[in-house]
Design a protein around this ligand. Structure first.
Ligand code: SF4
Ligand code: SF4
Length: 109
């Protein structure tokens, strides 16, 4: 995840890792979850389910922000999100210490 601003304590923060679960047999192919996911994590599968609809599948699970909006909009209770523990924000996302020191120095002037 790229941030345009980084909290100074970012390295100590944790984020939830989530898993999107789809009960394909319940899906009626309305596409609400696909259209309304803010991170475009879901797409329509080519395969049909038992009812003859195309259920969604997860394209970019790592981009899921655990907002659970897909869960809320699904009229068939066919999609839900589970917590898979926590992880730290990737160290590549955290500003190098030198950058933070420079920024602090400039602020104190
Ligand atoms: S929880 Fe949010 S970000 Fe994740 S798949 Fe559902 S709508 Fe998309
Ligand atoms: S919102 Fe529910 S019923 Fe509609 S496409 Fe998504 S999983 Fe299927």
């Amino acid at each position: 995840m790229d941030f345009w601003r980084m909290p100074l304590d970012a390295a100590q923060q944790e984020v939830t890792v989530s898993k999107v679960n789809i009960l394909a047999y319940r899906c009626k192919g309305c596409r609400y979850c696909i259209e309304f996911c803010p991170k475009h994590v879901l797409a329509e599968a080519q395969e049909f389910n038992e009812k003859g609809y195309h259920p969604p599948y997860v394209t970019q699970g790592a981009d899921c922000k655990d907002c659970r909006y897909c869960e809320s909009v699904c009229p068939e209770f066919a999609i839900f999100v589970t917590d898979e523990g926590v992880t730290g924000i990737g160290t590549k996302d955290v500003l190098p210490r030198a950058t933070v020191r420079t920024w602090r120095h400039r602020r104190e002037k």
